[in-house]
Write a protein that binds this ligand. Structure first.
Ligand SMILES: O=C[C@H](O)[C@H](O)[C@H](O)COP(=O)(O)O
Length: 268
């Protein structure tokens, strides 16, 4: 019966009957996830449809939302015969491109990207992004910096007025392993908050990025009025910092999929 309910799609229109929710609590969590996945998908499809043109080089971001962007790119290549070269931002993105039957490229051959499509952990009112929840910030920022346009795709939980409003896992900072303690101390001394070395889940010890580095997640003080551009530049000056997950003045457009099946947009 539950399978039947899930199959109808009625649960995923953004409204979940409270009585149903009380009765089938565990199913509610699944339904919410499905609704979030739907939100990611509609944002990703819209971005690909509105920004990707024939004979272009596309930057492919990382994370769960980008999976839908690659799905749509593959569909359009098949149905419209688009000629695209895709530049990955991580090992995951590279695999998605290959599995989707898309043409894989790199920055050596294609240093100019027409459009990069990527997810985000949070987007504020000024289009400042937190990225790197999945540890892929360095290559994502390199690819975004080579793109004429960075288009963000996300579900509604990423849309904030201020950073930290919704995303509670902090700003990722990729660091050279030997320097993680002095970097942690310097950032905390200057700006406050707490920096946690990100630990792996299915491995003992810290997360090691695609580039062989560690990640510090900076839980900056709540309610602080930060000039993120200045903070980003400042942290980047600390020896051993490889990159931050603060993307300032990089994104030109953001698409947020909503629970009601619509997509809202924000432009820089
Ligand atoms: O390192 C990961 C990337 O910055 C992702 O783009 C970001 O974490 C958003 O991922 P998701 O689409 O899974 O929320």
């Amino acid at each position: 019966m539950l399978r039947h309910f899930l199959g109808t799609g009625l649960l995923f229109s953004g409204y979940i009957n409270p009585a149903f929710s009380r009765t089938f609590g565990t199913v509610t969590a699944a339904a919410t996830k499905m609704s979030l996945d739907q939100a990611k998908k509609i944002a990703a499809f819209k971005a690909v449809d509105e920004y990707v043109r024939d004979n272009t080089v596309v930057g492919v971001g990382s994370g769960s939302t980008v999976v839908y962007a690659v799905q749509r790119l593959a569909e359009r290549v098949k149905t419209e015969g688009l000629k695209l070269v895709c530049i990955p931002t991580s090992f995951q993105a590279r695999q998605l491109i290959i599995e989707g039957g898309l043409v894989l490229g790199d920055l050596e051959q294609h240093p100019r990207i027409h459009c990069a499509i990527d997810g985000a952990d949070e987007v504020d009112a000024d289009m400042v992004l937190i990225k790197g929840g999945g540890g892929c910030l360095l290559q994502e920022k390199i690819v975004a910096s080579c793109a004429d346009q960075l288009v963000v795709i996300a579900d509604y939980t990423k849309n904030s007025k201020k950073l930290g409003e919704q995303y509670k896992k902090g700003i990722p900072i990729e660091v050279v392993p030997m320097a993680y303690v002095p970097i942690r101390n310097r950032v905390a001394a200057k700006y406050g908050g707490k920096l946690n070395l990100r630990m792996a889940v299915a491995k003992a010890g810290p997360v090691v990025t695609d580039n062989g580095n560690f990640i510090l997640d900076w839980h900056f003080p709540e309610g602080g009025d930060f000039d993120w551009d200045a903070v980003n530049r400042d942290i980047m000056m600390i020896p051993g910092v490889v990159e931050t997950g603060l993307f300032v003045k990089m994104a030109s457009k953001a698409y947020f999929g909503l629970a009601d099946g619509s997509v809202t947009e924000r432009s820089a």
